[in-house]
Design a protein around this ligand. Structure first.
Ligand code: DQQ
Length: 486
């Protein structure tokens, strides 16, 4: 029998007592065991709450998901709280799957999917309530609602309030098309089926998971995790458009990939009054995790603030709170490089760093910038990043990255700024790589597992002159992590 108490005892007994080369310095990660989707992101009782899909008893993706819980004052330092939900009821005994949180009249409500694979339907939506943000009680009214038929896939409730009513999106499918259904409630407990809010035209995968909807300016943005699009097992996309609350229909405008990296999925949005922050699961279901041998697997992305740019692209950019974790090690401001230049980053030695610069495209005759990170001449490790601003492509080469996945990934860079400046920000933690181009309209997220001794880096032009502006490289200091799991 799984219980929150048993999970916490296990976590406390097994919490790492040693350091390992892959332990992240400034990203959210599990105290022990497996982590996947971020859940229930909310600002409540003056703190940021992040729940997450957890299986504390192992580093494999067991279905018997719990909701782990961590809180933060600044989105970088984290305190682990007791496990919020365990699969301890007949209607969720196969796993408390993903969902969202909403604060209402001083209470915090967690909406999640009770998963019982042997039942039909197997996935039903449930709620748990807390008055202190720590202890959660599942409702006696659970399960609250299920699919209209006996649909197999019906999960990941995303709840928000609009004009005095509560709305909930649920990810599902109609035959071979991903789809989201919209529900409406006056009291958070009784839900009416409003509509099939939006479905794939057939080109966007056969199952949509973890839907999110936010509004920026006068644009609604629907964010989806997609199974089976363009031959990809898992990817993330967003639609800009408008939700018509009268008809319950979402009218799309444009659709783009959210994060083009192979280790980013199931993102969720934390809505604040003046900003929207997105956190994604920083891994995937298929790669083996070299951190398994240290008792943990998978992590969450850096929290990213969302904005819409002038071209209509959704941009993600690391929250400003991260800047106070920078320790400046190198600063070169404006300079030029050609293929004969000395490596301007030769003095830098860091396993966790924040590198940013701009390229003046108008002044530059060269067409490609090559960056090597987490390098070590002795063991041959390097992770290559190639930005080609003629073709507008970004390539990440993991063939010599160290342990784990060793593929090469190329993606298109979304927009070319009219100012003819290409902005680049690269965040490296001990086992992760996140790249933000053009203020985050193009993002990629990967896991890499180099040796701890691989701490060098270089930047070069592969040909003619390239003009750099404001290049700055900071090593990053470690965040504070505390445990209040008892
Ligand atoms: N992960 C959860 C599901 C969700 C999927 C289970 C997405 O609720 O659909 O851990 O990664």
């Amino acid at each position: 029998m799984f219980t929150t108490g048993a999970a916490d005892r296990h976590i406390l007994e097994n919490i790492f007592s040693y350091d390992d080369p892959y332990r992240l310095l400034f990203h959210p990660m599990p105290p022990v065991g497996w982590m996947n989707d971020p859940n229930g992101l909310v600002y409540y009782n003056n703190q940021y709450h992040v729940f997450y899909q957890a299986y504390p008893y192992g580093t494999d993706n067991s279905l018997v998901k719990h909701w782990g819980h961590m809180v933060s004052d600044n989105l970088v330092d984290w305190t682990y709280l007791p496990t919020a939900l365990a699969p301890d009821q007949p209607y969720d005994k196969g796993g408390c799957f993903s969902g969202s949180a909403i604060a209402c009249e001083n209470s915090l409500y967690l909406f999640y999917t009770g998963n019982v694979p042997e039942n039909s339907p197997k996935q039903l939506q449930c709620v748990a309530k807390s008055d202190d943000g720590v202890n959660f009680v599942k409702s006696e009214k659970n399960p609250l609602f299920g699919p209209p038929g006996s649909d197999e896939d019906f999960r990941d409730p995303y709840v928000w309030q609009h004009n005095g009513l509560f709305y909930c999106l649920v990810g599902t499918r109609q035959g071979a098309k991903g789809c989201v259904r919209l529900y409406e409630s006056k009291d958070l407990y009784n839900w009416n089926d409003r509509s099939v809010m939006f479905e794939s035209d057939g080109s966007q995968g056969f199952m949509w998971e973890t839907p999110n909807l936010i509004r920026i300016g006068d644009t609604d943005i629907l964010i989806l995790s997609v199974i089976g699009r363009s031959g990809l097992p898992h990817s993330t996309i967003y639609y800009t458009g408008t939700l018509n609350y009268e008809t319950g229909k979402f009218v799309p405008n444009r659709c783009h990939t959210l994060d083009e990296g192979s280790e980013f999925y199931a993102p969720q949005i934390l809505r604040e009054e003046n900003r929207n922050i997105l956190i994604g699961w920083m891994d995937n279901w298929f790669n083996s995790s070299p951190s398994n041998k240290y008792g943990w697997a998978c992590a969450l992305s850096i929290p990213r603030e969302l904005s819409l740019d002038n071209n209509g692209y959704l941009c993600m950019y690391p929250v400003k709170e991260l800047n106070t974790y920078r320790q400046q090690v190198y600063c070169a401001y404006d300079f030029m490089l050609d293929s004969d230049s000395l490596n301007p980053l030769r003095e830098v030695h860091a396993v966790a760093f924040d590198l940013e610069f701009e390229i003046d495209l108008a002044m530059s005759e060269g067409k490609q910038v090559a960056i090597g990170i987490r390098e070590n001449e002795l063991n041959g490790e390097t992770t290559g990043i190639l930005i080609d601003f003629d073709r507008m492509t970004l390539t990440v080469d993991k063939t010599c990255s160290g342990a784990g996945d060793q593929r090469i990934y190329t993606t298109a860079v979304k927009s070319r700024d009219i100012s003819n400046v290409l902005s680049v920000r690269i965040l490296i933690d001990r086992s992760s790589l996140e790249i933000f181009l053009q203020n985050g309209s193009t993002c990629v997220t990967y896991r890499i597992y180099p040796s701890i001794s691989s701490d060098g880096m270089h930047i070069a032009s592969t040909g003619k002159t390239i003009w750099f502006k404001n290049l700055t490289c900071y090593s990053m200091r470690r965040n504070e992590v505390t445990y209040k799991c008892e």
